[in-house]
Ligand binder design. Structure first.
Ligand SMILES: *Cc1c(COP(=O)(O)O)cnc(C)c1O
Length: 437
């Protein structure tokens, strides 16, 4: 195999520093946690993505989730092109919004009405405003390692880019903005109970039903049961942040699969099919508090954008038609198997957590069940692993704490390439670690 060169990416990365912050528009793209210079992408099609040096990769990032069908899926592209012919933005309602809203509400038992916004971040901070208005209370509980976008109140013990960079939140967030945010530990119901015992002003518990931003972590049953019960007893709303987990393991939410009684649900990523879309929704009683029906203000110039709606509708339609969820489980199981086999063969500490089209290997001996256990992962090993995967033509997220994503366009051959690439990359990790020990 020839060694991949990144000359053009490197050049753009240097040039990009002039007028973009760190040459990127979202920190994880800078490859800080794996070192080296980040890839610049020129195009993508199906499960393949191509960088500006013409290196071809199987894409396991998929724009951090949205491209669940693969890139430029024909049925989706057709609808986008058609929508483009009718105009780009109207500042008034259009039919696509009704259609996508109906599709989503029908897929979630917990939602009668929905409001479209432009990102997951926006969906979450709007949902919190709504929960506060509905309950007349101010405090929220979040879980450490849970990432809910970059609104001030939620940049406390957050995962995603913050987990990778080990930042304690963010500069520029005033103490006042986070004084109502209480942090609990995922899968540890006592940590939630303790907050409820000591605080009587809690509006909501915000949770990723399947956390994906501290790496993928699975909730245990008793924990979810406990949350449902506490929320009911103390009139606290549950905000299910399904921006990542939505439509990942079934057509609808992870909340159904794990039995979480969500009051408000946040969505994003998949429902926009690659365009900037977010949404929050709930039963009528809650949603009718939002303007123009109620006193909670929330607006957006481009919200419900017709092109984005067309992409979302086509994506969900195709997902329903393909029903790729069994396929996702099979692929994910093969990836897990490749890791466990390699870990045994090369004597490496590896754990694999997965849920539908989300898969996450961790370089650690102990099971990963919460943020502290995820953080025990050996990020040096991950670095070596990452670059070897790149050499193998496999684009994975440049962070130990980001989920890999699967798309339904993957072929048998591509799956084989992924599993054999994992084997090769693990071997490289073992060899490198041996030399430096
Ligand atoms: C990605 C993500 C967000 C933020 O969505 P953006 O569209 O990036 O603003 C919020 N919550 C979760 C769980 C996410 O995975």
């Amino acid at each position: 195999m020839s060694i991949k060169k990144f000359k053009n990416s490197q050049e753009l990365y240097e040039r990009g520093q002039a007028h973009l912050v760190g040459a990127v528009n979202s920190p994880v793209r800078a490859f800080k946690s794996v070192g080296g210079s980040p890839l610049f992408i020129s195009s993508a099609k199906g499960s393949k993505i191509i960088d500006v040096d013409d290196n071809v990769y199987i894409d396991l990032v998929l724009s951090y989730g949205p491209m669940i069908l693969g890139h430029r899926f024909p049925a989706v592209e057709k609808k986008i092109k058609k929508a483009l012919r009718h105009g780009y933005s109207f500042g008034a309602s259009s039919k696509g919004e009704l259609k996508l809203a109906k599709m989503i509400c029908s897929a979630f038992g917990s939602m009668d009405k929905i409001r479209f916004v432009n990102s997951g971040t926006e969906a979450v901070f709007s949902a919190i405003r709504l929960a506060r208005a509905f309950t007349g209370k101010d405090q929220i509980i979040k879980f450490s390692g849970g990432y809910h976008g970059h609104a001030d109140a939620l940049l406390v013990a957050a995962g995603s880019g913050l987990a990778t960079l080990s930042l304690p939140g963010s500069k520029g967030v005033p103490e006042d903005a986070v004084k109502n945010t209480l942090v609990a530990e995922f899968n540890q119901i006592e940590s939630v109970k303790n907050h409820i015992k000591e605080n009587h002003n809690i509006a909501a518990i915000i949770i990723e039903p399947i956390p994906g931003n501290m790496g993928v972590v699975l909730p245990n049953e008793d924990f979810i049961k406990g949350l449902n019960q506490l929320a009911k007893e103390h009139k606290i709303l549950i905000i299910a942040d399904e921006v990542m987990s939505g439509f990942r393991s079934k057509f609808g939410g992870a909340q159904d699969l794990i039995g979480l009684n969500a009051d408000i649900t946040c969505l994003g990523k998949v429902i926009g099919g690659g365009f900037p879309v977010g949404a929050y929704g709930a039963r009528n009683e809650i949603m009718e508090m939002v303007a123009p029906l109620g006193p909670v203000y929330q607006a957006g110039t481009l919200s419900g954008n017709p092109i984005a709606m067309a992409a979302g509708i086509a994506t969900l339609k195709e997902l329903k038609k393909q029903n790729p969820y069994k396929k996702f489980n099979k692929i994910a199981a093969k990836i897990e198997k490749a890791f466990l086999k390699g870990s045994k063969e090369f004597d490496l500490p590896v754990q694999v957590n997965r849920f539908g089209s989300m898969v996450n290997p961790f370089f650690t001996k102990e099971p990963v069940t919460d943020f502290p256990s995820a953080q025990k992962s050996d990020t040096e090993m991950f670095k070596i692993f990452f670059w070897e995967m790149i050499q193998e033509g496999l684009f994975i997220p440049p962070s130990q704490f980001e989920s890999w994503f699967l798309c339904s366009s993957m072929t048998k051959d591509e799956i084989k390439k992924v599993t054999s690439g994992i084997h090769t990359a693990l071997k490289k990790v073992a060899e490198t670690v041996k030399v430096t020990r």
